[in-house]
Design a protein around this ligand. Structure first.
Ligand SMILES: *Cc1c(COP(=O)(O)O)cnc(C)c1O
Length: 439
């Protein structure tokens, strides 16, 4: 199935019709296979070019290639660039592509189309928004975040504070010190909505409100939630957000990221990177910078059209479903994985550090084990691709668009065999210390 064979009908994949989570008695592969074939989402797996001999549980690191992304990328390269040449800026509306892709992402995160732009990388978008948000709170000098935030976010935030000058600082506190650490000095509350390591999900609505009540602005990183769980960042009161194009959105390695700014900030927000694509009229070649009125002011230079096209195609797959259905499937896969681990008596040896409460987690399961790295290597050698996060976490992305119940079954059974045979030990020999997995 490729994308063209679908008729866009978001109602077709309704969360209400998903099959029930299997009971303990129904954990056989056959029973799960039957649930898979009755699942309306199962059809969307065919939209991806996943190798048959792999169980890919790493789509939260790099999403797989979809037929639609490949087709759109090829069409852009061949027709628009190849045949259309420079005229495609107008005829193929390359100029409008960052906004059109942004509008597709807006639907997935619960924002208005005009509040989201696809551009640059997550790190760069974060830089722009943190700087701009600091200027909106001139009396305050602290960016507050969580110690266990994703590294690049904290590196960028520390860099912004250093650049802003004396008195500015990035303050890192542990998760349980939030929101109490908000106070009169705090300009920005910067958080990843879902933690990359343990999958913990913050209460975006409550923390955005707490930030607002304390006079601070909220900046959210949605890298591990957009495309996997239902988001309503507009209604939930986020001020700003960034997110990643190559994880759950499947836009390809280094895909353009996105930036969200709530409409209420569009008039006053000033990007520190005043490039011509953020100009009111880029093609007037005026002597002085004048910012675009809306979300376009967060653009900087010429957009990467090939990357945006691949992301555009990848996002088309999402038009056949809705975030609530994806979240429901993700929750079911998590429950299933836990039950299978318990059934295989792995529940104690492998400690699940992802919250059991569905509202408190993203779309992954993280298991702690002292030999997690070697276990990950042994799994990869057996065709199950997960991820290792230092020091001792095995992480499996439960990407709801294309992961089947039987994939979870096979992965857990492979893991059980590796544990039983202690097969992971050979990966601890010096010859195997080289990492097979992506860092
Ligand atoms: C993956 C990820 C990023 C990636 O940033 P890049 O600029 O694309 O390298 C940033 N933040 C979080 C929370 C992530 O998970």
């Amino acid at each position: 199935m490729n994308d063209a064979q679908h008729t866009a009908d978001p109602g077709r994949y309704n969360a209400a019709v998903r099959p029930p989570i299997p009971t303990a008695e129904a954990l056989s592969r056959t029973a799960l296979q039957a649930l898979d074939s009755a699942d309306p989402l199962a059809e969307l797996r065919q939209a991806f070019r996943l190798p048959d001999d792999l169980i890919y549980l790493n789509g939260n690191s790099l999403g797989p290639l979809s037929h639609a992304a490949l087709a759109r990328l090829t069409q852009c390269a061949s027709d628009e660039w190849g045949d259309g040449l420079v005229g495609s800026w107008n005829h193929a509306d390359w100029v409008g592509l960052p906004r059109r892709v942004g509008a597709q992402i807006a639907r997935l995160i619960g924002a208005a189309a005009a509040e989201v732009i696809a551009a640059d990388s997550t790190s760069i978008n974060l830089f722009k928004l943190l700087w701009a948000a600091l200027q909106l709170r001139p009396q305050r000098r602290v960016i507050l975040t969580e110690s266990d935030n994703f590294p690049t976010d904290n590196y960028i935030a520390a860099g912004v504070a250093a650049l802003a000058g004396s008195g500015y600082q990035l303050r890192r506190v542990s998760r349980d010190q939030l929101p109490a650490a908000l106070g009169p000095e705090v300009a920005i509350l910067l958080l990843s909505h879902v933690n990359y390591r343990d999958g913990y999900r913050h209460d975006l609505r409550a923390l955005s409100a707490a930030a607002r009540d304390s006079g601070a602005l909220s900046v959210w990183d949605l890298a591990h939630s957009a495309g996997a769980i239902k988001l309503e960042i507009g209604a939930d009161g986020a001020d700003f957000a960034v997110g990643c194009g190559y994880k759950f959105l499947n836009g390809g390695p280094g895909a353009p990221a996105f930036a969200f700014a709530a409409e209420r900030w569009h008039a006053t927000l000033q990007s520190p990177l005043t490039g011509w694509f953020g100009h009111q009229r880029p093609f007037d070649f005026a002597a002085d910078f004048a910012p675009a009125a809306g979300i376009d002011k967060l653009q900087v230079g010429t957009p990467g059209i090939l990357g945006l096209s691949a992301l555009d195609g990848a996002l088309a797959v999402f038009s056949h479903t809705e975030p609530a259905a994806l979240q429901a499937k993700s929750e079911e896969l998590f429950e299933l994985c836990l039950r299978l681990l318990e059934q295989q008596n792995l529940g104690e040896e492998l400690v699940c550090i992802t919250p059991r409460e569905s509202a408190q987690r993203g779309s992954q399961i993280s298991l702690r084990h002292p030999a997690a790295r070697s276990l990950g290597q042994a799994l990869a050698a057996a065709g199950v691709i997960g991820d290792f996060r230092p020091p001792d976490v095995l992480r499996f992305g439960l990407t709801p668009l294309y992961t089947r119940r039987v994939d979870i079954f096979d992965a857990v059974h492979t893991l059980a065999t590796i544990m039983r045979e202690q097969r992971w030990q050979r990966w601890q020999q010096p010859a195997y210390q080289q990492d097979l997995l992506v860092p």
